[in-house]
Design a protein around this ligand. Structure first.
Ligand SMILES: Cc1cc2nc3c(=O)[nH]c(=O)nc-3n(C[C@H](O)[C@H](O)[C@H](O)COP(=O)(O)OP(=O)(O)OC[C@H]3O[C@@H](n4cnc5c(N)ncnc54)[C@H](O)[C@@H]3O)c2cc1C
Length: 511
């Protein structure tokens, strides 16, 4: 797997990244960064350029996480509507969030210019359209709040797509790019500046010892650093952020259209629940339409593959499709109050551990912003965005209703999943490539039959917080509905917050 799912994403298919598997000899660094997605690589480059000696440790391969599963719209109009941010954080802070998003987009543009990166970066407009009165009311709230935080938006009578609409707004100065082609060059700049990276190394533990951070990989291999950055998308283990993050899956498909003129230059969003997002992408003169949507909480859809059927039907209703070229899904994390958590890792003894998470669907922007904030905190001890994005912030009013409902879901899954487990008598009705939670001989098992017909039986209790994982029939993974840990069919850990794979039964022996 080149990514944390078995469907190939357009970005993986059109980008070649070199291996960085050689063991690193040096063990002492200024900063160790855990994770090589957009957050980790951008942070590494900024810190290295600021004079710090950095090591990036990646459990799997560069871009293995959501950075290869994204759709790479570059937005200053965020997924959390600005009216929510105004209500949760006040107008001044919501305006600061808008400035932060603008600054992140500028950082990306500057990198592209400075390093002459060919990554299909285009600055473009965003369009959001309504199709009925309720959506029009919502659109008006969104429009007013965009203006309220100092961004530009206008009502328009047309959108660059064939969809029926009743009202639409346009917001300028958005963008789109190819995330892996962008990161490939950032990484080589990082290495040219002396930065070090190693793939295939999962960090198991970070401990503070004599004012330094001791980073353990494998059973007994250590690195030391003054500071550690968790660029892991969701921080591992159970910590103060665990209950403030909710995992979601989103689905993207790539289409070749019959009519070349139908590829939109701009970004388009509808207002359905869940909403759809559109952009085009061009690689080596071939253009495709990327459409995403069908978002749902991780591990809480009975048939994830069916989301592609619905997405494709939705697209075919509007566009003349010549071919479906790609389909993939990936994961993002929502915070309880609509802004990500970026800065000092809450609950740690010293201020030498940093974390960046809870980006929703704006991680290209927030991953870049995290690099800026964390670099400023490490180099200068301060950032203008420190308070706003502080992972330790307490927002009882803003976060309260979400907090309750997110955790209600968790509690429900601990109990109901155990009771509602599919009752089948034997394993016979399991097709090749399929997985299932079953009751078998008084045991609850996660069972997977690979393409050769070999059976794997696992203990489906997630190693993170003890919930029962669910089979994801499109990405071929076991997904935890509580905090989003994901496992390969054979139980190997794909993504945190769990820190170990599922226990595997030896079928013959255990029988
Ligand atoms: C379908 C979809 C569409 C999206 N579209 C957009 C969009 O249009 N625009 C936008 O801005 N955002 C979008 N997002 C969000 C965005 O893609 C993500 O927020 C972003 O890619 C996260 O980057 P990251 O570097 O923080 O995490 P990741 O890319 O997930 O990287 C984390 C890395 O850490 C590694 N790791 C984890 N634990 C350890 C460990 N213990 N030791 C070592 N390494 C470890 C992982 O292997 C992984 O490679 C989308 C998300 C989804 C799901």
């Amino acid at each position: 797997m080149k990514r944390d799912g078995s469907n190939l994403s357009y970005w993986q298919d059109t980008s070649q990244l070199n291996d960085h598997k050689d063991t690193v000899a040096q063990h002492d660094y200024d900063v160790v960064i855990i994770g090589a997605g957009i957050t980790g690589i951008t942070t590494g480059l900024m810190l290295q350029n600021a004079g710090k000696n950095c090591l990036i440790l990646e459990a799997k391969t560069i871009g293995f996480g959501t950075t290869s599963g994204t759709s790479a719209h570059l937005n200053t109009v965020l997924d959390t509507p600005y009216y929510d941010l105004i209500s949760n954080f006040g107008k001044e802070n919501a305006t600061l969030a808008a400035s932060a998003a603008k600054e992140a987009l500028t950082i990306i543009s500057n990198h592209v210019q400075q390093f002459n990166i060919s990554c299909d970066l285009e600055h473009c407009n965003g369009y959001m359209y309504a199709t009925n009165e309720d959506e029009e009311k919502e659109l008006k709230k969104i429009y007013d709040a965009i203006l309220g935080v100092g961004l530009q938006a206008t009502y328009v009578t047309d959108i660059p797509g064939p969809m029926d609409m009743t009202k639409a707004i346009k917001f300028e100065k958005q963008g789109r790019f190819h995330p892996l082609e962008y990161l490939k060059v950032l990484l080589s700049q990082y290495e040219n500046a002396g930065g070090v990276i190693q793939e295939g190394v999962a960090v198991n533990e970070v401990k503070e010892e004599n004012n330094r951070q001791k980073i353990t990989v494998g059973d007994d291999h250590h690195y030391y650093a003054d500071a550690v950055v968790y660029a892991t998308h969701t921080p591992p283990g159970i910590n103060l952020l665990t209950f403030k993050l909710a995992p979601y899956r989103s689905y993207v498909m790539g289409f070749q259209l019959k009519d070349e003129h139908q590829y939109p230059d701009d970004l388009i969003y509808d207002m359905q629940e869940p909403f759809h997002y559109f952009r085009k992408a061009t690689y080596q003169d071939q253009t495709i339409l990327l459409v995403g949507g069908q978002d749902h909480k991780t591990g809480q859809h009975p048939n994830p593959e069916f989301n592609f059927v619905k997405l494709e039907a939705f697209v075919r209703k509007h566009y003349a499709v010549r071919a479906v070229l790609y389909k993939w899904s990936s994961q993002y994390y929502e915070s309880t109050d609509g802004l990500p958590y970026i800065g000092y890792f809450p609950g740690k003894k010293s201020k030498q551990q940093f974390v960046a998470t809870g980006y929703s669907g704006n991680g290209m922007i927030f991953g870049t912003l995290s690099a800026k904030i964390i670099t400023d905190l490490i180099i200068n001890g301060t950032s203008e965005y420190e308070q706003l994005f502080s992972p330790g912030r307490v927002k009882p009013i803003a976060g309260f209703s979400n907090f309750i409902s997110e955790n209600f879901d968790v509690a429900k899954h601990l109990i109901i999943d155990r009771l509602a487990i599919d009752k089948i008598d034997g394993l016979a009705d399991l097709a090749k490539g399929e997985g299932k939670i079953i009751d078998y001989d008084k045991h609850t098992l996660g069972v997977y039959k690979d393409d050769e017909g070999t059976l794997f039986a696992l203990d489906p209790v997630c190693k993170h917080a003890g919930c029962i994982v669910q089979w994801n029939n499109t990405e071929k993974s076991w997904d935890c509905p509580c905090h989003g840990a994901r496992y390969a069919p054979n139980g190997d850990l794909l993504t945190g917050p769990a820190t170990a794979g599922l226990s595997v039964y030896d079928l013959k022996k255990d029988a």
